[in-house]
Ligand binder design. Structure first.
Ligand code: GAP
Length: 512
C-alpha cells in the first residue's frame, strides 16, 4: 500500500470515527476549512493541554495570554505582513490550476531526493552488511551529481525568493521542466505575489480606515501586549509569553487535509531575551522543543531539522522541525530568532516605548525574541498519522487501531458489561460512574465484546474494562490494553488508580 493510499485511509477514518469533518459539508464543504468532531475535539484539546502545561505550567518564567483575533490595522503594517506576507503564485494556462511557485520547486526537489534515496537503497542491496551509507553518499558519482543539482536548484530558488526575483523563479520552473501535477502541461503564467491576509470591515464606518485583518499569526497579539504583561506579571528578562489561538491565511494551495488550512490554530511562545544572548536561547529552545515531540512518542526517524535558507523578514536564524507525513517530510513547528524587529517596529508605529530596564546592566533596551511556533492542527495530523495502524490478527481477521499516546486519547477508558443482564450492567455502570469524574470514559453494552473492543481500538481508547459474572463474586474485572490486546484481572477497587497510572499526562510532563 502506498503512502498516498494510507493517507486516504487516514482521512476517511478521521471522518468515519468523528475526528475531522469537512466544514459545512452539507453545502459541499469549504476549501481547506475543517471541523473537529466529538473525538477530534477531545484529541485536539488534549494536545493543547499538553503544550500549555509544558510551556506555562512547568516554566515559572513563561506566562499565558489570550489576545483578540482582531487587532488594530497598524499592527500588520508594523509587522511587515501588509507589505511582505506574500506567496509567489503561478497559474497553469492549460489546466487553469493555481500553484505556489516555491512549492512546485520544493516538490520537484523532493522527487530528486527520492531518486538519490533509491540509488542509496540499490547500493545497500548490492553491498549488504558492509554498506556504509555516509561513505556511499560522499563518493558515489551518480549520487554526487544528483546532490549537486539539488543544491543548485535549492540555492537558486532561495536566492531569487529572497531578492523577489519572480522572473527567475519562473525561469527555474521552465528550465527544470516542472509540469502541472494535474495536467502535465508546462504552459505557465508569470509568477506574481499574493497577500495571504483576509481582510474585513470593522463596524459601520466605510473606507480604508475601517479595514482590519484576521490575524495571520498569534505572535503579534503577544508583541503588542509586551508592556502590559511586563508591568503586571512581575516577570524579568528572560521570560516568555505563550498563547494558543486561531490564525487565518488565504492559502493559495489548499491541500493535504488539515496540513494546510485557511483557518487553523497556532500554539506560540515568544521568549524575550537580552540582546546578544539570542543564539544561546535559540539553541536552548531547539533542544527543548525537539524533546517535547520525542516525549509525545514521535519516533526519532519521523522527525528532522530543516534550516531556513530563505529567512523571513524578521529573523536572523530559523529552523523547522519537520515530521514525516505520508506525503513526505514537512514543517510541523518553526523556531525563529526574531531579533528586536517586531518590538522595534511597534515602538516606531505606535510611538510607545517598548523597552525593558535591565537592572543588572542598568540600561534600557528593546529585548530580542526567540519564538517557538507550532500548528495545533498539524500536530493533530502528525499524531493521527503516526497512530494509525492496520493489523492482521490471523484467521482472516484484522483491526484498525489508533495507537495514540494514552494521555492524548479522546476516551481514556471504556467500561463494558459482558452481557446485558444478570446484574452486569448495574455493576459496570457503578464503575463507570466512579471513573467519569476523573477520566473521559465510555460505557457500552451493545454488540459482542469483540465488536466493542474494535470500536474502542478505532478511536484509540487505551483501556477497556469488562465486567463479567465472576465480578459479582470476586470483585475482579478484566482490563484489556489496546496495543498488545493483553488482558489481566484486577480488583474493582484498584481500577481508578491503575488507569490513572497509565494514562496520566503528568508522567509525560515529568519526562521533559
Ligand atoms: N509566528 C510565526 C509563524 O506564524 P509560520 O512558520 O508561518 O510561523 C508556524 O507558522 C506554524 O503554524 C507552522 O509550523 C505550522 O505548524 C502552522 N501553520 C502555518 N500555516 C498553516 C496552515 N495554513 N494550516 C495549518 N497550520 C499552519
Amino acid at each position: 500500500m502506498s503512502d498516498q493510499d494510507t493517507f486516504k485511509k487516514i482521512i476517511s477514518h478521521a471522518k468515519e470515527y468523528g475526528f475531522v469533518f469537512p466544514s459545512s459539508e452539507i453545502y459541499d464543504g469549504l476549501g481547506a476549512v475543517y471541523d473537529y468532531g466529538p473525538n477530534g475535539a477531545e484529541l485536539k484539546r488534549n494536545i493543547k493541554d499538553f503544550w500549555w502545561k509544558s510551556m506555562v505550567q512547568l516554566n515559572e518564567n513563561i506566562v499565558g495570554l489570550d489576545a483578540a483575533i482582531f487587532m488594530h490595522p497598524k499592527t500588520w503594517k508594523a509587522s511587515g505582513h501588509v507589505d511582505a506576507f506574500n506567496d509567489p503564485l503561478i497559474d497553469n494556462k492549460d489546466s487553469k490550476k493555481r500553484y505556489r511557485a516555491d512549492v512546485l520547486i520544493e516538490d520537484h526537489v523532493e522527487k530528486m531526493r527520492q531518486k538519490v534515496n533509491k540509488e542509496v537503497e540499490k547500493g545497500r542491496a548490492k553491498f549488504g552488511e558492509s554498506f556504509d551509507e555516509t561513505q556511499f553518499r560522499a563518493t558515489n558519482p551518480n549520487v554526487l551529481r544528483s546532490q549537486e543539482k539539488i543544491d543548485q536548484v535549492e540555492g537558486r530558488a532561495a536566492a531569487s525568493l529572497a531578492s523577489g526575483d519572480l522572473a527567475d523563479i519562473k525561469a527555474l520552473i521552465e528550465e527544470q521542466g516542472i509540469a502541472c501535477p494535474e495536467s502535465g502541461s508546462k504552459n505557465w503564467t508569470d509568477v506574481r505575489q499574493f497577500n495571504l491576509m483576509f481582510d474585513t470591515k470593522l463596524g459601520s464606518v466605510a473606507g480604508d480606515a475601517a479595514t482590519i485583518y484576521l490575524r495571520p499569526e498569534t505572535a503579534q497579539g503577544i508583541f503588542v501586549n509586551f508592556l502590559n504583561v511586563l508591568n503586571t506579571s512581575r516577570q524579568r528578562i528572560p521570560f516568555g509569553i505563550a498563547q494558543i489561538g486561531k490564525a487565518f491565511r488565504n492559502e493559495i494551495v489548499a491541500r493535504q487535509f488539515i496540513f494546510r488550512m485557511r483557518e487553523f490554530e497556532q500554539m506560540e511562545m515568544q521568549f524575550f531575551v537580552r540582546p546578544g544572548t539570542q543564539k544561546q536561547w535559540y539553541d536552548e529552545w531547539k533542544k527543548r522543543r525537539m524533546a517535547w515531540h520525542r516525549v509525545l512518542g514521535t519516533a526519532e526517524a519521523n522527525l528532522r531539522w530543516h534550516d531556513h535558507q530563505n529567512l523571513a523578514h524578521y529573523a536572523d536564524a530559523a529552523v523547522d522541525i519537520e515530521f514525516n507525513f505520508p506525503f513526505g517530510f514537512k514543517e510541523l513547528e518553526g523556531i525563529h530568532s526574531r531579533t528586536d524587529f517586531d518590538l522595534s517596529r511597534h515602538q516606531e508605529l505606535s510611538g510607545k516605548k517598548l523597552q525593558y530596564f535591565d537592572p543588572e546592566l542598568e540600561q534600557n533596551y528593546i529585548p530580542f525574541v526567540v519564538e517557538t511556533s507550532i500548528g495545533c492542527d498539524r500536530t493533530f495530523l502528525a499524531v493521527l498519522c503516526q497512530a494509525y495502524c492496520e493489523e492482521d490478527l490471523g484467521d482472516d481477521k484484522s483491526r484498525v487501531v489508533l495507537k495514540l499516546p494514552p494521555a492524548l486519547a479522546p476516551t481514556k477508558v471504556a467500561v463494558f458489561p459482558l452481557v446485558r443482564k444478570d446484574g452486569l450492567p448495574e455493576a459496570a455502570l457503578a464503575i463507570f460512574n466512579d471513573l467519569r469524574f476523573e477520566f473521559d470514559c465510555a460505557y457500552e453494552e451493545k454488540d459482542s465484546i469483540g465488536k466493542r473492543y474494535r470500536r474502542m481500538d478505532a478511536i484509540g481508547t487505551p483501556y477497556c474494562i469488562t465486567v463479567d459474572h465472576d465480578t459479582l463474586i470476586d470483585q475482579m474485572v478484566t482490563i484489556r490494553e489496546r496495543d498488545s490486546m493483553a488482558q489481566e484481572r484486577i480488583p474493582v477497587s484498584r481500577v481508578r488508580e491503575i488507569v490513572r497510572e497509565r494514562v496520566d499526562m503528568n508522567s509525560l510532563l515529568k519526562q521533559l
